[in-house]
Design a protein. Structure first.
Length: 277
């Protein structure tokens, strides 16, 4: 296991994407803050450099598929979807509003660009395995990316899906683990220690690599490599709440509701500090 991440300073793009998350938090007055902030660079690389998609045709047959299995991190996904023009930025202001499309978890057929309705943890990888197997049978070149949370992989259904993926040698399947070491009830090593995590995925016939989940070039380099005959698991070492200094590595910021205006102001100020580093 990587003992520590390199913790590179956030650039303007990463900070801008985080500001979109804060905008949605302000609109909804609630949200999974820590869980969304740890995802930004993972999603940024996917949407900026890796995924094949058409925002004006979300059902394009030859697109790559992305499933955010840890659906509670949806604010990060919404930020990227808005940035890529799947919908207007103004939708972020209506997060969790009756007249808006963006709810507390992603919904397929309601939100353009969302491939699967997720939120009940442990199901996204099973859906992704089915998609990858179907694409392989149809001899399609599209890939399937599934992002799971570290707390989420306590669920047995994740490992059933992993066993199936390894058995079918789904080289078109990439699982990205947001390993921020904190789940809703506390630190993962105290709730249910996941180590040795690399060995676990290898046991299910996956190729496995570890990256700093906030290092753009590291993530990009791994995902641009030619696929082998096995599914790939990318263990992304991240910081929960990354970019919001007072929320980083603090389980209390897993989710917050009834946010005060001062909370939102403090988040924006924290992002300003990041960009000055």
């Amino acid at each position: 296991m990587i003992n520590k991440i390199s913790n590179p300073p956030l650039d303007e793009r990463s900070n801008f994407l985080r500001s979109l998350v804060v905008r949605a938090l302000k609109g909804g007055n609630r949200g999974h803050i820590g869980s969304s902030m740890s995802l930004i660079e993972i999603l940024r690389v996917l949407f900026d450099d890796i995924l094949k998609f058409k925002s004006n045709d979300p059902s394009w047959e030859d697109r790559d598929r992305l499933i955010l299995s840890k659906g509670h991190g949806c604010l990060a996904l919404y930020a990227l979807l808005a940035d890529k023009k799947f919908f207007n930025f103004s939708e972020l202001d209506k997060f969790c509003h009756n007249d808006g499309m963006l709810g507390g978890h992603p919904e397929r057929n309601k939100i353009p660009g969302v491939e699967a309705s997720t939120g009940a943890l442990g199901h996204g990888l099973s859906i992704g395995v089915g998609m990858a197997l179907a694409l392989k049978i149809r001899k399609k070149s599209s890939k399937v990316f599934v992002i799971v949370g570290d707390g989420e992989i306590n669920e047995g259904s994740v490992w059933e899906a992993a066993m199936c993926a390894g058995n079918h040698n789904l080289e078109n399947l990439i699982v990205m683990i947001d390993y921020n070491k904190i789940q809703s009830y506390g630190f993962t090593e105290e709730v249910a220690d996941l180590e040795p995590l690399v060995d676990k995925w290898k046991a299910f016939n996956f190729n496995v690599t570890e990256v700093d989940g906030h290092n753009i070039e590291e993530i990009k380099s791994v995902l641009e490599k030619k696929s082998s005959k096995k599914p790939l698991a990318v263990i992304c070492h991240t910081v929960k709440g990354k970019g919001i200094g007072f929320a980083e590595n603090d389980p209390k910021w897993h989710h917050k509701s009834n946010l005060e205006d001062s909370d939102i102001e403090d988040m924006y100020k924290s992002l300003e500090v990041e960009i000055q580093k």
